[in-house]
Design a binder for this molecule. Structure first.
Ligand SMILES: [Zn+2]
Length: 334
């Protein structure tokens, strides 16, 4: 054990005491895509005692270019990302606890998903989920580390409840939903992912060992070779609805939209809010089934492919219209 972490313990700011703190910490990584997989690998190797990895999706061939915990067998088997990541992480470090969760992070679920975390790391790809995390972490007083990247560009910010601004305070300084290109529209290169993940994991280690975090907004373009650092610690909004004196937590108190269009994927996700048994459903669907495993069942209807998850969500691919997606889901699941 001592030998395993010897190089990290020799790093004075961590030391033996820091390593002990890491072993007792719980890190929650939300999203097991490009950022999430790189973050998870480093946290597991660093010896963070409990790691919860959360993702709603399954592995696809187009993920393999940058999502570093997965391989071709995971994509062929449509393994849920959280489960595939957990299997890999357990092989990397069998002495720590990995908690995979295949679920949507929504207003109904987010507080349960981050409960017990010492730190939360953002591996998501959309601003609604980040603002949900922001509200849940502010309410539970959990530090969280924002990260985002697209193309060759990425940025990161450490958010500590009670110290400096929260994500809602900085809304005007950060790209909003739909304002920026996404990985689906503009693509992404792996070095940008690793740059942002490196910032996030370094910040997480500092939070976990009790070292002062960097609360600057950092960004870099790996292709242009530019870096930027903006001191935002004083930019807290005194009237903020999330971290101000009378917090409202507007997203936590709102309802989740049952139909979500997944931009760039030609897909709609329908949430049915009731668990289902994928194996039993596969038996009922008969010859339409393309594949089934304990976490999901996938079948075809004309040009559309439907994937039902155990937590009740159905992903409809090949359809861009929510009403059409709902019709398909109702036809099969009633
Ligand atoms: Zn705020």
């Amino acid at each position: 054990m001592t030998d395993r972490y010897s190089r990290q313990v020799r790093f004075t700011p961590i030391g033996a005491a820091g390593q002990e703190r890491l072993s007792k910490a719980t890190a929650v990584v939300v999203g097991c895509g490009a950022l999430g997989t790189v973050i998870l690998d480093q946290l597991a190797r660093a010896g963070v005692g409990t790691i919860r990895c959360i993702d709603r999706d399954f592995v696809e061939p187009s993920n393999l270019q940058r999502q570093s915990l997965y391989d071709e067998a995971d994509a062929a088997a449509c393994r849920p990302k959280a489960e595939a990541a957990a299997a890999r992480l357990r092989a990397v470090n069998g002495a720590i606890t990995i908690e995979p969760v295949v679920a949507e992070v929504g207003s109904r679920t987010v507080e349960r998903l981050v409960a017990g975390a010492t730190v939360v790391l953002d591996g998501t790809d959309n601003f609604r989920t980040r603002h949900l995390l922001n509200e849940a972490c502010q309410r539970a007083r959990i530090p969280w580390i924002y990260g985002a990247c697209v193309g060759s560009y990425g940025l990161s910010l450490t958010i500590i409840p009670g110290h400096g601004p929260c994500l809602a305070c900085l809304q005007d300084q950060l790209p909003g939903p739909g304002e920026t290109p996404t990985c689906d529209t503009a693509g992404i290169i792996a070095p940008a992912v690793h740059q942002v993940a490196a910032w996030q994991v370094a910040e997480a280690l500092k939070v976990l060992v009790g070292a002062p975090p960097c609360q600057d907004l950092r960004s870099a373009d790996l292709w242009a070779g530019t870096h930027r650092r903006v001191a935002v610690a004083g930019w807290r909004d005194p009237a903020c609805l999330v971290c101000g004196p009378t917090p409202q937590f507007p997203l936590l108190s709102s309802a989740d939209d049952p139909a979500v269009i997944l931009c760039g994927r030609d897909a709609v996700q329908i949430s049915r809010f009731a668990d289902l048994d994928p194996v039993a459903l596969a038996a009922r669907l008969g010859h339409a089934v393309l594949m089934a495993n304990p976490w999901l069942v996938r079948w075809r209807d004309g040009a559309a492919t439907l994937t039902a998850f155990a937590d009740g969500r159905v992903l409809v691919q090949g359809v861009a219209d929510p009403a059409a997606a709902r019709t398909l889901v109702d036809r099969w699941l009633g």
